[in-house]
Structures are given as C-alpha cells and as structure tokens.
Design a protein around this ligand. Structure first.
Ligand SMILES: NC(=O)c1ccc[n+]([C@@H]2O[C@H](COP(=O)([O-])OP(=O)(O)OC[C@H]3O[C@@H](n4cnc5c(N)ncnc54)[C@H](O)[C@@H]3O)[C@@H](O)[C@H]2O)c1
Length: 288
C-alpha cells in the first residue's frame, strides 16, 4: 500500500523533528499530542528551523508555508483515523506505548501501518496488543531528525515483508537511508555506540582524563566527536537508561553500566542540559 497520509503521535524532541521531515517531503501530517503547549512549541520550532533554511539559501520562501500548511495539530488520537501510517513518538515507557497502540488499532484503517520510534523497547511486544502485528514496525530516527540521514527499520517477529518494504520506501522518500535491524535491544547504532561510551567512562573512572579519551578517539579512530563530549551532549541519564536496557535485555555482564555513570546520574550531573557532565558547559572547563 502506498503511504499518502501520516499521523505522528508526540510533539517532543523527536516528534517535532519527524513531523518536520515528513511534512517537508510533501506528506500531509496529522500531528497529535495530549499537550497543546507542546504542539504550539513544536510548530514554532519547525517554523524557526525552516526560516533558517531560507536565510541560508537552502530553499525558497514558499517552502515554509507549503510545509506548514501540510501540518494539522490536534490533542485527540481519534484524528489519526484515515491515515496510512502512524508514527508514535511518546515517552519511552512500554505501558504508555501499549495503551496508545491499543487505541490506534481501534481507530485507524485495518490496512494502515503502526510504527514506533522507540529507542529500545520490543516491537514484538508492542505488536502483541494489536490485531495487526504484521503491520507493526519500529522506525528509529536520530536526533536532530531533519539533519540525520539514518533510519533504523525494525520488523517485529510477526511483521510482514510488505510492511518492511513500505517503510523502507517511505524512509527513502523523506530522505533517509533505511537499514534493516533485528528486534533486539539497542538495534544497531545504540548497541555499538553506547557500550563504547560506557567503556570510555570506565577509563575516566580508572583515572584517564576525559579530554585525553576524547582526543585519542578523535585522532586515533577518526571519530568526529570524542565519546565523552558525545555523552554530555546526549545526556547521561539517557545513556544509563540505554545501558540498563541492554543489560536487562541480554542478561550479559558486558553491558553493565559503569559505576561512575550511575554515580554521575545520581548526582544530577547529566551533561549539557544541567551544565555539568564530563565537561563544565558553563565555564567551558573540565569537571572530572
Ligand atoms: N531523544 C532522543 O534523542 C531520541 C532518539 C531516538 C528515539 N527516541 C525515542 O523517541 C520517543 C520520544 O522521545 P522524545 O525525546 O521525543 O520524548 P519527549 O519527552 O521530548 O516527548 C514526548 C511527547 O509525548 C507526549 N505524550 C505523552 N503521552 C502522550 C499520549 N498519551 N498521547 C500523545 N502524546 C503524548 C508528551 O506531551 C511529549 O510532548 C521515545 O520512545 C524515545 O526513546 C528519542
């Protein structure tokens, strides 16, 4: 089935970026959040980012109104009916997501696709609360969505090949390279990236300076950003939650969160968002 109309549930960090990318690609979007404040904020964010694109000469002025006209906001899930694809981007909580999937399964057409932007939760478990497990799939976008070209596409155990192909094509149409992942914690990128950052934190716990760890990986492994600067950027509580997800999911000690990571989250030193992490973002000086 060709995807023509899309609903996006959630107007937070990810829902906003996904909505912008999908609307810019020409799809009409029903954008739904329980909070009208979040929707208003999201609309302002998208408008500002589009304005900046025009200022930089990346697109024509009419692109702003063309895109904004395709987005219709609402606070009720029922407005998602008649769409061909729903992308859910609400908080990373299985119970909240399952409740929404159950409701959407009742609301949307029998042949519509249901996708989740979950970072780590089981797609098969989400699919199990619907009567359409073959049409449920994971679509994991990366922050900031309009700039990041990757889309991890994750079929659950019962997802059909047709659903995978349809979402892969949809990904291409919104300018993303879709990669096929398996429904196991961390998919591809977080499974590789987050344990590497966790290991970098072990080095700091053993006494290596954060700036030396970062320089080593930038110069020695050609990484564009050191793992600890990246940790501060992503947020230490997010990294801890991801490590815990890997640890719980695989029951393997190699995914044990570094005790220093746990301690820093307990102390509220979460990185850029709190001003302190492995670096001091207020003074631009190193903390640890
Ligand atoms: N933050 C990231 O870098 C990132 C990256 C990839 C994937 N993800 C995943 O994307 C999802 C969303 O993350 P986020 O960072 O955008 O979260 P967020 O907290 O910024 O936004 C969540 C939004 O969902 C809304 N919401 C809550 N309950 C709702 C409901 N019942 N119906 C409709 N809206 C509801 C909230 O009002 C909020 O606007 C999570 O599953 C997360 O793991 C996040």
């Amino acid at each position: 089935m060709e995807i023509q109309q899309v609903a996006i549930i959630g107007a937070g960090l990810m829902g906003t970026g996904i909505t912008q990318s999908v609307a810019e690609a020409g799809y009409p979007v029903k954008w739904i959040d329980v909070s009208s404040g979040q929707l208003d904020k999201g609309i302002k964010t998208i408008r500002n980012l589009l304005n900046r694109k025009v200022e930089k000469g990346y697109c024509e002025l009419h692109h702003i109104e063309d895109t904004m006209e395709r987005i219709i906001t609402n606070e009720e899930l029922i407005k998602a009916k008649d769409v061909d694809l729903v992308i859910e981007a609400v908080p990373e909580n299985m119970e909240i997501k399952k409740k929404i999937f159950r409701q959407l399964d009742e609301i949307i057409n029998a042949d519509a696709f249901l996708a989740s932007n979950t970072s780590a939760l089981s797609i098969s478990a989400l699919a199990s609360v619907t009567r359409r497990p073959e049409k449920v799939i994971g679509t994991h976008f990366f922050y900031p969505v309009p700039k990041m070209g990757l889309l991890e596409v994750i079929p659950g155990l019962l997802t059909s090949q047709n659903t995978f192909e349809s979402l892969k094509t949809f990904g291409q149409k919104i300018g993303k390279k879709a990669v096929l992942c398996k429904d196991f914690p961390g998919f591809i990128v977080n499974r590789l990236l987050v344990p590497m950052i966790n290991e970098a934190i072990y080095l700091v716990m053993e006494g290596v300076k954060p700036e030396d760890v970062d320089s080593a990986m930038k110069i020695g492994a050609n990484h564009p950003m050191g793992p600890l600067k990246l940790a501060d950027f992503v947020g230490l509580e997010t990294l801890l939650a991801t490590m815990e997800g890997l640890y719980d999911g695989f029951k393997d000690s190699k995914y044990r969160p570094c005790p220093l990571l746990v301690k820093m989250v307990e102390a509220g030193t979460l990185g850029n968002k709190t001003g302190k992490g492995f670096y001091d973002h207020r003074e631009k000086e190193q903390v640890l």
